[in-house]
Design a protein around this ligand. Structure first.
Ligand code: KIV
Length: 296
């Protein structure tokens, strides 16, 4: 898949073509998203919760984001990658915001950056866009200031809040944002903002009437423990599969079934290149007879 352009996203909105964005934080998951031809990959600061084991996104630093964005770029050289601006990366001054956004592009290899916040962030968005860096906005439930919002709660439920979020969307669009993530808002509000906006609205917990859907990759593939918010649909149970695989390995070692002859080197294989020399056989693929031979 060739790398999409921002103009493609605008056209897809006009054509009512729906698309997806998924998070990725490392090269192997980026490779999966590339193989599945996901058009937009977000290296979210959800990195903090999903990968680094924090309870929120607040501890994530610019260095974390640059390192993981670069890993995603290496795993998916052709995908459109958005790097997230972590807590305080865009809040201290516009100058610092431009410099930090520039790091995600120059050092991380991102195509664009995302930053949380509405009206008060509009001037910052404008400055980054003027520096030549595409910006994705993020409204509704913005995890970096979840404490101010009263926790991880649906936003825009009362008319005043709904109006504020709608005005923020307009302000971000006017400031030059090429797309806006709308997180955890009622379906009706998301639909109204999507109709009014000329840039794509990417929903997460925002119902079906938006231009695109974003999910955290680990939630989608079932690799996030017991965490399962209402807006997540699990398409696989990879965590269970991985636990099973590790258990089987332990069992094989304990029983002396691993490694087999075909998984070991004999004298005649001295100097054989190690890489890609495996005969890949999953235990489930083996007939009982073959299994005995392989493990013999
Ligand atoms: O950090 C993140 O992963 C995000 C998405 C959930 C939109 O902001």
């Amino acid at each position: 898949m060739s790398r999409i352009a921002i103009q493609d996203l605008k056209r897809w909105k006009q054509e009512s073509r729906r698309w997806v964005c998924l998070t990725s934080y490392d090269a192997p998951s980026a490779r999966v998203l590339a193989a599945a031809e996901v058009p937009v990959v977000l290296v979210g600061d959800s990195l903090g919760n999903v990968i680094l084991g924090h309870g929120s996104t607040v501890p994530v630093t610019m260095d974390d984001m640059v390192r993981h964005t670069a890993a995603v770029r290496r795993g998916a050289p052709d995908l459109f990658v958005v790097g997230d601006m972590p807590f305080l990366a865009a809040q201290i001054s516009d100058e610092e915001a431009v410099r930090n956004a520039g790091r995600l592009i120059q050092e991380g290899g991102a195509d664009a950056v995302k930053l949380e916040g509405g009206g008060p962030r509009a001037s910052t968005v404008r400055r980054i866009v003027e520096a030549g860096i595409p910006v994705m906005g993020h409204l509704g439930l913005t995890p970096q200031n979840a404490t101010q919002l009263g926790g991880y709660r649906v936003q825009g439920g009362d008319p005043q809040d709904a109006l504020r979020i709608s005005e923020d969307a307009r302000a971000l669009e006017e400031a030059g944002a090429f797309a806006i993530v709308l997180e955890c808002v009622p379906v009706e509000l998301a639909a109204a903002i999507t109709r009014a906006a000329t840039v794509p609205i990417i929903g997460i917990g925002a119902g079906p009437d938006v231009d695109a859907q974003v999910l955290v990759y680990h939630d989608l593939v079932g690799w996030s423990g017991d965490f399962k918010p209402r807006f997540v649909r699990r398409y696989a149970r990879v965590e269970e599969t991985m636990i099973e695989a590790v258990r089987s390995f332990q069992q094989d070692v304990a029983q002396g079934d691993f490694p087999s002859e075909s998984e070991s080197f004999g004298d005649s294989q001295a100097s054989t290149p190690v890489e890609n020399s495996a005969v890949e056989v999953l235990p489930d693929d083996l007939e009982p007879e073959q299994e005995r031979q392989t493990s013999g």
